[in-house]
Design a protein around this ligand. Structure first.
Ligand SMILES: Cc1cc2nc3c(=O)[nH]c(=O)nc-3n(C[C@H](O)[C@H](O)[C@H](O)COP(=O)(O)OP(=O)(O)OC[C@H]3O[C@@H](n4cnc5c(N)ncnc54)[C@H](O)[C@@H]3O)c2cc1C
Length: 492
């Protein structure tokens, strides 16, 4: 184990403790609750469900940029208990049993990112976040359906009539929640694609000699299958747990939400033309859920005009289901928000910090979103030049004995360098950088004295003036791109 993975640096605590009310206790809401409690704020989470919803649970994937946050929060051991660490990914064809190649995650690259590729069950991660948030003192109420939110009055009212007052309201109620509605989101457009999520019992996989290698590889791997309008991702979810299975295919009318079971026949129909192992997995799979792949129009504002409400996670930037960065983006949001609010010492900073959050997170999430749609497009390419080029590229790497996503000697592979950027990103460092570059400058401008870790604001400002070449707009330049079926750049 790398030493960084177990090292929890004691977080900087806020000087001014305020009340956050978080609407929604999904992964974004719970992650945010942990992060805010770590820096000393009071947190109330309101969740409509009656509990953690352990019944309908599929697999989730956590890339290095996310696992590093959990490790930084001191959860390395707990993550290891619920997760499976991936060392490689196999790329295969959907229709016929051909391995296009394997990519082995570069240890050096992972060291640099300070994280790992880990997979788990949704319910295990949610429970871990819930337990951690409660242990840190967050108050979490189930059966608390939020009916109305008044960001100007800073109140949140439950269906029961109970009213909660907040200094800041955090909307973490998902892509179809109330807070996104308040921010006047446009109507989303579903693609003609759905994703079924299921799990296959490990025991059943191990009993089948064709399927057993999915657990028995030299490198602990996850698996991707590429087909025309269809794709599959499979990955062990850790310990003795089942194989997570995502099946993408044409919309068939079965699409609903994560909590709703869908008919397994729909998933099996998508797999009818697949190579034998996939059909076997379909036959052994547990009842799935089916969610649409939806293009949510970009939401320009994540902060309400009152300056007292912000949206995070799927409420702010819904991602396609099964995307590798979906949950990571939600957890990064909470980490960044809390880092900013660790510097709170006066009420007039609140709205500035919320806008800083939006400025930091919006470009990052937009870039990641574009890439996620690119990945789905890439995996489901129709027959033709692009698909042939994709397959030929991987075969050549495979035959040369190389990791298929990496660049060869002297070669620059855009996908790979982009991947390193995404995985190497440190959300908490970004928030710290914002504070050092702009936060202290603003405090200085209004004559507020700050002493940070032995350095006075004056010395930080002098340092800033010496090193800064950009303008504050650097932090605000948001390229708000929508999905346009752009260039395929695979990240997994
Ligand atoms: C039950 C469930 C199971 C899931 N399973 C998987 C999985 O197996 N694999 C996977 O990759 N992704 C899964 N997801 C999706 C995944 O959690 C999200 O894609 C991503 O993590 C971002 O989460 P979020 O917290 O922003 O939004 P969400 O996960 O949508 O969470 C939003 C939360 O807000 C609550 N909420 C909504 N409206 C209100 C209201 N008015 N008042 C109070 N509470 C409200 C919801 O009940 C929900 O718990 C699941 C989501 C849910 C809700």
């Amino acid at each position: 184990m790398n030493s960084f993975m177990n090292s929890e640096t004691p977080p900087k605590k806020t000087s001014l403790v305020i009340d956050f009310v978080i609407v929604g206790g999904g992964l974004a809401g719970l992650g945010c609750a942990i992060a805010l409690r770590r820096v000393g704020h009071r947190v109330q989470v309101l969740e409509a469900d009656s509990g953690l919803n352990m019944q309908t649970s599929g697999g989730i994937r956590m890339p290095p940029n996310m696992s590093k946050i959990l490790y930084h929060w001191g959860l390395h051991e707990q993550v290891q208990q619920i997760a499976f660490k991936s060392q490689a990914i196999d790329l295969q064809l959907f229709e016929k049993d051909e391995l296009l190649g394997t990519h082995i995650w570069d240890e050096e690259m992972l060291q640099e990112t300070r994280g790992e590729f880990v997979m788990a069950r949704y319910c295990d991660l949610r429970k871990l976040l819930y337990d951690t948030a409660v242990a840190l003192g967050a108050k979490i109420l189930f059966n608390s359906h939020v009916k109305t939110i008044d960001p100007d009055a800073r109140t949140v009212t439950l269906a029961s009539g109970r009213v909660f007052h907040a200094d800041v309201i955090v909307g973490a109620d998902g892509s179809l929640g109330k807070t996104r509605e308040i921010m006047e989101a446009e109507t989303p457009q579903p693609h003609q694609l759905v994703m079924y999520s299921s799990t296959v019992p490990k025991k059943a996989v191990l009993q089948d000699k064709e399927l057993r290698p999915l657990y028995d590889r030299t490198h602990r791997a996850m698996y991707a299958w590429f087909g025309y309008g269809r794709a599959v991702l499979a990955f062990p979810t850790g310990g003795d747990r089942d194989l997570g299975l995502y099946v993408y295919g044409p919309a068939d009318g079965n699409e609903g939400q994560w909590e709703q079971p869908a008919p397994i026949e729909g998933m099996r129909r998508i797999l009818e033309t697949a190579e034998p192992r996939l059909r076997k997995l379909g036959a052994l799979a547990k009842p799935p859920i089916c969610v649409p792949v939806t293009d949510f129009p970009d939401l320009e504002d994540w902060v309400h005009d009152s300056g007292r409400m912000v949206i995070i996670g799927e409420a702010a930037h819904p991602m396609p289901p099964g995307a590798i960065q979906t949950i990571a983006m939600a957890v990064e949001d909470g980490a960044v928000l809390a880092k900013l609010f660790s510097h709170l010492r006066a009420e007039d900073q609140i709205s500035n910090f919320l806008y800083a959050f939006e400025d930091l997170r919006h470009p990052r999430c937009t870039a990641v979103l574009k890439k996620e749609f690119g990945d789905i497009f890439f995996m489901t390419l129709p027959p033709g030049e692009m698909q042939e080029g994709r397959d030929a590229h991987f075969r050549a790497k495979r035959d040369a004995g190389e990791s298929v996503l990496a660049g060869g000697e002297g070669e620059t592979v855009e996908e790979w360098s982009e991947m390193k950027d995404i995985f190497g990103y440190d959300a908490e460092d970004e928030a710290d950088d914002w504070w050092q570059e702009w936060g202290v400058l603003k405090e200085h401008a209004i004559g507020r004295e700050i002493v940070e870790s032995g350095a006075s604001i004056s010395s930080i400002v002098v340092q800033h003036q010496a090193t800064s070449t950009g303008s504050i707009k650097k932090q605000q330049s948001t390229t708000r791109t929508k999905f346009s079926g752009g260039q395929p750049r695979l990240q997994f």
